[in-house]
Design a protein around this ligand. Structure first.
Ligand code: DGJ
Length: 563
């Protein structure tokens, strides 16, 4: 039989190519699957979720102290993180430690950290301490810090050198970007399949204290240029102003806005290059200016100019599209300021994450408010048994007493963190923290209002008391809070402490009488399933739901009847 040689040859010669094609397709499908399940942010109806392993994830985090970014410091970090029931550790990776000599990278810290995080079953948010850490260059390698010719610092109006590296330093940007890209490439290599690292913060609390912007010649030239269209489109010109130079468009705000744009653009270059190699969610954190309504007053040396303060989030959006969000570091203990800060950073285009918060006990009640309002998560600062206290920003304690107020709250959220993150993404959650005024607060739910009051005795009403100024023990300072998740028209999960909750119907329910149908106290088990422990009735519901000092979870079913 004659076999047509060319055809047969073609068939044989195609086989390796076909195999190659199949393998390539399989590999790219694998890559697509891996990147499909990379941590990422999703947005729907103005709400956001951090997707980890394909489902919404709630960051119950803790941040380590600055100098805990070495293997020897980790045991005291893990001990505190475990005690806190945290599921995420935020911890620095410093430029000086990964590139001590230019071009020579050492990722041993990252390798140790990632391996130990896995052993501890904790996710990581890495903090890139590069060109700017609390605005200064302390974490740059010595070859950067000491070479101001190649890596220039900013100049003030009088030509005096500032402590802060210039955002117009091209060599600085190139070197920082190169190191950051090397870090992201390394992370992809060691963690691309397991995704222990779920987010990266690019730089730390950027901006400049004492000087509004760089006045060096390169910066002066940029300042005279027209404001870029993408900035103009977001950060509205002063009334009556149109396009023009920074000074023309923004008047007294020009220097702060210009510096903000310069820093944001610099960060964008770093984030964009990093995400091109390994596309993890990225954010920037902010050392807050005093919160207040917009328009905020022009900069007067009262905060770090150029940072992502609440008044210039739009400039970051315009200049740094590879940064997913700007996040507030909350060290303002006053409840009014916390509420205002949360409201101004939580936007349809800016997910809320609180990457730092004081670890003093008074901050623990804000966990309910933050998680209740649908944040991606929160991380008190200094959840770390290193013998270091950053009082007065945080706790005086450096042991279990510091962790405890947060641990008790995280302990009840931890088993239901996935469900809570999903409910938050669906817009079902609300939260309050006791205000400094100790006044009751009303939470509007769908078909119901919940009035939350504080300092109550668990039994009876205030008017029953002989001494109307008598208050429950343990309520000397504000420490109450409640988070609500509405699972159905009349069904709620409540998590809270030191608070009394009363429900009343709203809308169609408002015309009817309401009652508790069932109030189960219980907990979510390790699989997120509800385990009922007892049913609250009688005294336990006659005067509202009185949550004790220990965080308590209730499943509440409300009902109505027509009187
Ligand atoms: C905010 C910074 O981002 C942290 O790194 C740390 O310095 C705290 N302030 C203060 O402890």
């Amino acid at each position: 039989m004659r076999i047509p040689p060319p055809r047969r040859r073609r068939a044989y010669s195609r086989l390796p190519r076909l195999l190659g094609l199949c393998l390539a397709l399989a590999a790219s499908a694998g890559q697509a699957a891996a990147s499909a399940s990379l941590p990422r942010l999703v947005t729907q109806d103005g709400r956001h979720a951090l997707m980890v392993d394909g489902a919404p994830f709630l960051v119950l985090g803790g941040q380590a102290h600055n100098a805990s970014n070495y293997p020897a410091a980790l045991p005291k970090v893990w001990a505190a993180i475990q005690d806190a029931h945290a599921n995420t550790l935020e911890i620095p990776v410093a430029w000086e430690q990964i590139e001590p000599k230019e071009g020579q990278f050492d990722f041993s810290w990252v390798d140790t950290l990632v391996a130990q995080a896995r052993q501890n079953k904790v996710r990581l948010v890495l903090l890139w301490f590069g060109t700017w850490k609390n605005t200064g260059p302390a974490y740059t390698p010595a070859w950067v810090k000491l070479d101001n010719r190649r890596f220039p610092r900013m100049l003030d109006k009088d030509g005096k050198t500032s402590y802060c590296l210039s955002p117009f330093g091209e060599a600085t940007l190139a070197a920082d970007r190169k190191a950051f890209v090397a870090l992201m490439a390394h992370l992809k290599r060691i963690d691309g399949d397991q995704r222990t690292v779920i987010m990266v913060q690019v730089e730390n609390e950027v901006g400049t204290y004492g000087v509004a912007r760089d006045y060096a010649p390169r910066a002066q030239a940029a300042f005279a240029q027209p404001v870029p269209a993408e900035v103009l489109a977001r950060q509205k010109p002063l009334p009556g102003k149109g396009a023009g130079s920074w000074a023309e468009v923004y008047g007294d705000y020009a220097e702060q806005y210009f510096h903000t744009w310069a820093i944001a653009r610099y960060i964008e270059e770093i984030a964009k290059a990093g995400r091109a190699v390994y596309d993890l969610p990225m954010f920037v954190n902010n050392s807050l200016r005093e919160p207040g309504p917009l328009p905020a007053a022009p900069w007067k040396s009262d905060f770090a100019s150029g940072g992502p303060t609440y008044d210039v989030i739009d400039i970051y959006k315009a200049a740094a599209p590879h940064i997913d969000f700007a996040a507030p570091d909350i060290y303002l203990p006053e409840s009014r300021k916390v509420t205002s800060t949360l409201a101004s950073f939580q936007r349809a285009d800016n997910p809320l994450l609180v990457p730092e918060m004081g670890n003093a006990a008074g901050y623990a009640r804000y966990l309910y408010q933050i998680l209740g309002r649908g944040a991606l998560g929160v991380a008190p600062f200094g959840i770390d048994y290193a013998s270091y206290s950053n009082y007065p920003l945080g706790s005086k304690f450096t042991d279990r007493r510091m962790v405890e107020p947060f641990a008790t709250v995280y302990g009840v959220f931890a088993p239901m963190q996935r469900a809570w993150a999903r409910w938050a993404f669906e817009g079902r959650t609300r939260g309050v923290a006791e205000g400094d005024d100790r006044a009751p607060q009303t939470v509007a739910l769908d078909g119901w209002n919940a009035t939350v009051s504080f300092r109550e005795f668990q039994f009876g009403e205030r008017e029953y008391l002989k001494d109307k100024n008598e208050y429950a023990a343990g309520t000397e300072t504000p420490n109450g809070g409640v988070a609500f998740a509405q699972l159905g028209p009349d069904e709620f999960v409540l998590v809270g402490q030191q608070a009394r909750i009363k429900f009343s119907g709203s809308g169609a329910n408002g015309a009817k009488s309401s009652l508790f149908v069932r109030v189960e106290e219980g907990r979510f088990d390790g699989d997120g399933k509800w385990v009922m422990e007892r049913n609250w009735n009688g005294d336990q519901t006659d005067y509202g739901l009185n949550l004790p000092a220990t965080p308590t979870v209730l499943k509440v079913t409300m009902g109505t009847y027509t009187p």
